[in-house]
Design a protein around this ligand. Structure first.
Ligand SMILES: Nc1ncnc2c1ncn2[C@@H]1O[C@H](COP(=O)(O)OP(=O)(O)O)[C@@H](O)[C@H]1O
Ligand SMILES: [Mg+2]
Length: 329
């Protein structure tokens, strides 16, 4: 199952792209109560051109958040429900025969979008997962030997069905490492849930974002300008060493059987730079690294079974690593 949300016209770039992007959590907040950290995480991912794992039980507004963000950013968004019978061509597109011209032509699949919500990727067999992961990595699709570039931006927000039942195909670690961030969407607090209900009681319709007051406050040009600015953000060698020390600490943690790879430490550097820029600075502080560490590293480590039995969690291990690693001054 696939559905797409598109916008017409192309918006003017903002005079101040950072200020425009900073408005996004407020704008999405007109539809989604709370969950602002996820909105910021998705903006960081768009600035870094990285993909995201979105974790949360059904019904915590994963879909609504992605749709509202796309509306506020004027991005095309497509949702694909991954199922056991989905074929690679259903994701990437395929050649179809046109009887009128007696030729084959390429019909674009749902990856030809800006923000792809890939729901329950672990319900589809490895071959179809591989076609998505390849498109994520290469930002293009090759069918019949012809490479076709995907739009810019193109990022995937993937959810995994948390219920392990027969016929799920858990992504191996090597593939989890390809996601820049893992963002978690918790159940709302009591007050937040009352606010959700109050909005529904007042007539909020999650399918009508315009009626909810969500306006376009930024666009793809602001993301592009932001990306260029992020590339100019300065990082002191001491801060680079701090990122490396955090990664190394995960590799020697007695609770972990797999620590963060250099791909992971590179990812942390990248997200910390984007976060520094988004919050108004042109240099990275150790606090920027700390702010992004959990979301960037949590899916790149594996707990030892013994630690898991003792009730240790990945979050608690990362907390200890952050507390124990000396911070440069
Ligand atoms: N934090 C929230 N703010 C506003 N509405 C919410 C929130 N959480 C849940 N909802 C309501 O629940 C519905 C289900 O959300 P949905 O985005 O489909 O969840 P998911 O994709 O996580 O399964 C939303 O359309 C909305 O009506
Ligand atoms: Mg959903």
């Amino acid at each position: 199952m696939t559905d797409t949300q598109t916008w017409t016209g192309s918006p003017e770039p903002a005079a101040d792209p950072r200020a425009a992007l900073q408005q996004l959590p407020v704008e999405v907040g007109k539809a989604v109560v709370g969950q602002q950290a996820v909105v910021t995480g998705l903006v960081i991912a768009l600035l870094c051109r990285g993909h995201v794992l979105l974790e949360g039980v059904p019904g915590v507004a994963k879909t609504l958040t992605v749709r509202a963000l796309s509306a506020a950013l004027h991005l095309r968004t497509t949702r694909v429900q991954f199922t056991p019978d989905l074929m690679p061509g259903d994701v990437t597109g395929s050649l179809v025969y046109d009887a009128r011209t007696a030729e084959f032509s390429f019909r674009e699949g749902p990856v030809f979008t800006n923000l792809l919500l890939a729901d329950e990727i672990n319900r589809t067999p490895p071959k179809t997962q591989a076609s998505l992961l390849e498109a994520m990595e290469e930002r293009q699709v090759s069918v019949d030997g012809t490479p076709r570039p995907l739009p810019d931006p193109f990022i995937v927000a993937a959810t995994q069905n948390p219920v392990e039942y027969e016929g799920t195909y858990t992504l191996p670690e090597a593939q989890l490492d390809r996601f820049l961030l893992k963002l978690t969407m918790p159940l709302p607090e009591r007050d937040a849930e009352v606010e959700v209900l109050a909005r529904h009681a007042a007539g909020f319709d999650p399918r009508d974002l315009e009626a909810a007051g969500v306006r376009r406050v930024a666009g793809p040009d602001d993301l592009r300008a932001g990306r260029e600015a992020v590339a100019r953000v300065q990082v002191d060698r001491q801060v680079l060493a701090y990122v490396v020390d955090l990664a190394r600490a995960t590799r020697v943690s007695p609770s972990l059987s797999l620590g963060v790879s250099p791909r992971g430490s590179t990812a942390l550097l990248q997200t910390a730079r984007a976060w520094a820029w988004l919050t108004g600075r042109d240099y990275v502080t150790p606090d920027d690294v700390k702010a992004m560490a959990r979301a960037t590293l949590r899916h790149r480590v594996r707990l030892r079974p013994e630690a898991e039995l003792e009730g240790v969690s990945v979050e608690s291990v990362l907390d200890s690593v952050l507390a124990a690693t000396p911070v440069p001054r």
